[in-house]
Design a binder for this molecule. Sequence first.
Ligand code: HEM
Length: 394
Amino acid sequence: MATSVSHPSEPVQLSELWRDPYPAYRYLREHDPVAWVPEAGRYLVTRFEDIMHVERHPETYLSAENPSLMTRSIGETLLRQDGAAHQRLRRAAEPPLRPRVVKEHWLPTLRRNAEDILAPLVEQGGGDLFHDVAGPFAARNLAALLGLRGVSDADMQEWSQAIIDAGGNYGEDPEIWARCARAVTDLDAAMDEVLPVLRREPDPSVISSMLHADDPLTEDEIRTNIRVFLGGGLNEPRDSMAVAAYALLTHDDQRRDVEADPALWKRVFEEAVRWISPIGMYPRRVAERTELGGRVLEAGDKLGVVIASGNRDERVFDRPDAFDIHRAETSHVAFGGGPHFCLGTWVSRAAVGQIGLPLLFRTLSGLRLTETDVPFGGWVFRGPLRLTAAWSPS
Ligand code: HEM
């Protein structure tokens, strides 16, 4: 039976979540698992079991939000649609990202990108693994996967950040809207270059797949949906790579284990996205009166599905705050679940877990952090803000 759960005496502050959300999440899981957070204007769902319930009932917990800052800034994308309309867009986009295509087609591109980025760094003997490695690697991979040509790593990163910032522009900062509008214009120009080429000569990219699907997308639909790939396909692989590198560089025993047994690199990646989930929260809207985690919810209520908290739920994971590649329970919700389960899951596993991380540690020998008190930030998206390191120039 539904009961009203008392609120913590101090409502959760978003600035506190940005700095370090994990103590607040632990409190909420224990005392208020579907908690009203006034500053966010939504209930935060923090227990693993409740998150799975939301994901298994997409007819009750909708992805469409209206009004939505994301829709306002980049248009109606698959991420904020439900049912058949969502399925149609997803079906057109997903074939190039299937595990078999990743294995058979994308691995050499991912490897070349990693080698090209790492080789010139060797002689430098030091740098910022976040800005010099993880960011450009994620940017270059994403451009290739989408089918964009001649765009720089810097452009990709600028467009991605501009789109993300607009999606969270609750303060209505006009400069953030303007920056996103510029990013959309520039990305559209890059799409103008490739759309006619890919229409004539299909290839295994996402844009080509959208153009040539059984139920093809219009050029307008393609432009809009590629924007969500920009906003959602760059910072997560970047942050997961930086988190995983940080974790190994601060856990010598596990670093030795993985260097001795390369089969463990997969575990490093999965544990990194569980430990500090690159997407910490995503929104849902309640379709009809229901009950979740002991709380009655009304149609129209907004939720924040806090997967970063579900991934630290002590009901599921032993010593959830520890980074441990040997943990027994390995299933997590860092890629979501249900109909919007991340389309980039398999390519990220390959890019970061199979290629990027092993090559990073192999190429930059003697890798070590030069700043041990690494700053982290964010709760909707979270990762290190920089990762300065040194290595032995060969
Ligand atoms: C470590 C890497 C990544 C993580 C942790 C991650 C996480 C997620 C999560 C949690 C969702 C669900 C969001 C929701 O339900 O509202 C999602 C959706 C999505 N992701 Fe990822 N992502 C990653 C990498 C990527 C990459 C590299 C791409 C593109 C190649 C990508 C493309 C997408 C798309 C298109 C969706 C929306 C799917 C849909 O609405 O049906 N992601 N991702």
